[in-house]
Design a protein around this ligand. Sequence first.
Ligand SMILES: C[S@@+](CC[C@H](N)C(=O)[O-])C[C@H]1O[C@@H](n2cnc3c(N)ncnc32)[C@H](O)[C@@H]1O
Length: 317
Amino acid sequence: MAELTIHFGDNLPVLQGLANDSIDLIYIDPPFNTGKVQRRTHLATIRDENGDRTGFQGRRYRTIKLGVQAYADIFDDYLAFLEPRLREARRVLKPDGSLFVHIDYREVHYVKVLLDVIFGRASFMNEIIWAYDYGARSKAKWPAKHDNLLWYAKDPDRYQFHLDACARIPYLAPGLVGPEKAARGKTPTDVWWHTIVSPNGREKTGYPTQKPRGILDRIVSVHSRPGDLLLDFFAGSGSFGESAVRLGRRCILADHHEEALRVMERRFAQFQIEWINWTPSLACLASAEDGCPDANERRAFLNSDLEIVAHAHGELR
Ligand SMILES: C[S@@+](CC[C@H](N)C(=O)[O-])C[C@H]1O[C@@H](n2cnc3c(N)ncnc32)[C@H](O)[C@@H]1O
């Protein structure tokens, strides 16, 4: 098997094609508002002589927006999209496998309840807060500067947790712990301080929502062993896949956006990859110039700055 297997397409059939108990570690970073979400405003009418509508026998009615109902619908649809994928994720995990779901503060509580139903509450191991400090600061409320990572173990009595493989971090007050401990550093807690992917840094691929390798390297090192098989079925720019391969694991990735696949082509140019349902641009243009679908777009992509591609993703968070 190649270091990386990359699928183009909806992740549900990809998951359905994987064997039971075959994956050691899954990380996902699903988008919010996938397009499956129905934004319905629920209206009710009540009799009101000054109302905005005319009904039966010329009676006047006033329209009221039932905002709470609309809110519940949005979350129902989002969870209905996630649920079959999370059920598949549990099925394909090995008995000592773990799932990490990277989510934001608006969705985390709903997704936690869904995961408790699918995995059982006992399988919930940690909520990790990834705290960063970047971008505008609201003056109307506390600026939200964190993401949430929910960790579920398929079996809460048997899972991988190699804390000794975790890079140690500096003490906040090294003067209080003595020189030996200060030099060794400490292991992290469930609050992980880490910068976002720097807009000017070398790690940047140009894909919006790209997550930093520092966070993913920690998950891969502590929750899997070299040689293990990992999975990210909302792959985006493939950050989790890069962490996996650079740390000696194999990884399956899936995404249904062409731009994501193109970014991964460039990012993984030196890796051994099995492409499923996708012909990489260079091969496509070289071997079948006339038959290559979207040839002009692909040629332009190969010459382009990836930031242009990023703008096409305005709908992603
Ligand atoms: C938040 S981004 C992931 C970013 C990624 N963690 C990174 O570091 O680049 C979510 C990705 O999920 C993909 N996606 C959304 N719905 C999908 C589906 N049903 N099947 C496959 N991919 C999907 C989107 O195209 C997007 O690239």
